[in-house]
Design a protein around this ligand. Structure first.
Ligand SMILES: [Zn+2]
Ligand SMILES: [Zn+2]
Length: 116
């Protein structure tokens, strides 16, 4: 047993199927060798396993989860969570009031008054 060089069926790149990966696959009970290079495998995983094709290297960039900050709603006084650091110069609304604000503000029809 030793490292194997395989060819990716998507991009044609040669890649190494290392001994440890072979062990890993065997441990998982996978019978097949990987048919795609790690890049293409990751790309497929990232795209949710949808259709094939496309391609090119779009390196997977991990999207950091949005950090939420606790604040007090300027409208109803309930606890609100906002994706930015609340500062004194901006009103902070809970999600309820926020959607109400939006409805009232730029909503359908008539209302022309803009905030900001
Ligand atoms: Zn590939
Ligand atoms: Zn509120």
């Amino acid at each position: 047993m030793s490292d194997k060089t395989l060819t990716c069926r998507d991009c044609g790149t040669s890649f190494v199927f290392t001994q440890s990966e072979q062990d890993f696959y065997a441990g998982k009970g996978f019978m097949n060798e990987p048919s795609r290079c790690p890049d293409c495998r990751n790309a497929r995983k990232a795209s949710g396993g949808g259709g094939g094709g496309g391609g090119g290297y779009s390196g997977g960039y991990a999207r950091a989860p949005r950090e939420m900050h606790k604040a007090t709603c300027s409208s109803c006084g309930n606890e609100a969570e906002v994706p930015f650091v609340p500062r004194g110069d901006r009103p902070v609304y809970c999600s309820d009031c926020f959607s109400k604000q939006r409805d009232a503000g730029g909503g359908g029809g008539g209302g022309g008054s803009r905030r900001y």
